[in-house]
Design a protein. Sequence first.
Length: 221
Amino acid sequence: MNEKRYAVRILPHERVDQFKQEEHLINIAHKNGIPVPFVHQVTEVEKYAVMVMEWGRGRTVLQELLDNPKNATELGMDFGRMQRQLHDVMPSEMGKSEWLAPKSEREKKLYEKARSANETKICFLHMDFHPLNVLAENSKITGVLDWMNASSGDYRYDLARTYSILSVKEAKQYLGIDDALVKRFREAWLDGYYSNSKGREELDLYIHWANDRLVREMTVD
């Protein structure tokens, strides 16, 4: 259309509010310098909710990793820097999200344990920041997609979520990345996030929570 490419997302009409919330979050991200595809329209067509977006530049980080494994370190560094930039955004306009709310007693205990042990500033969280939801070109991040899980809270929940996706056996099998490659990428991601500082934070409490939640999600029928 007009020699431009668009992405069209379609959901049942009762989920139109999800698209409106995502559009709101994408606009906040854009205003703060995060590369996101512009949303042209959110509307209802017959029995469907429809979102029309511009087509994001680049390929998924996963595809870049698989096709150019030698660039894993450079790509991982930029992946980490982008997530850090996202966490520098204050979510004052974001509105309330229930995504972080625990879904089981075990999850609740892990979540509460992490929350009570650490207090920190509230940040803008993506909560699905992984190689299939981030685009890259020539080892540089060009777009962040899929804002359905975006929330606000302690940034370490978001870090732990990404760490789990890059570590839990079920997730690595889903992504199709071998252990050596994912380890190189994961270490570079943390180096990029912490600007190569040796003073990385202790994330164990958050990772226990993230692992439990991720495995539950991946084993739901």
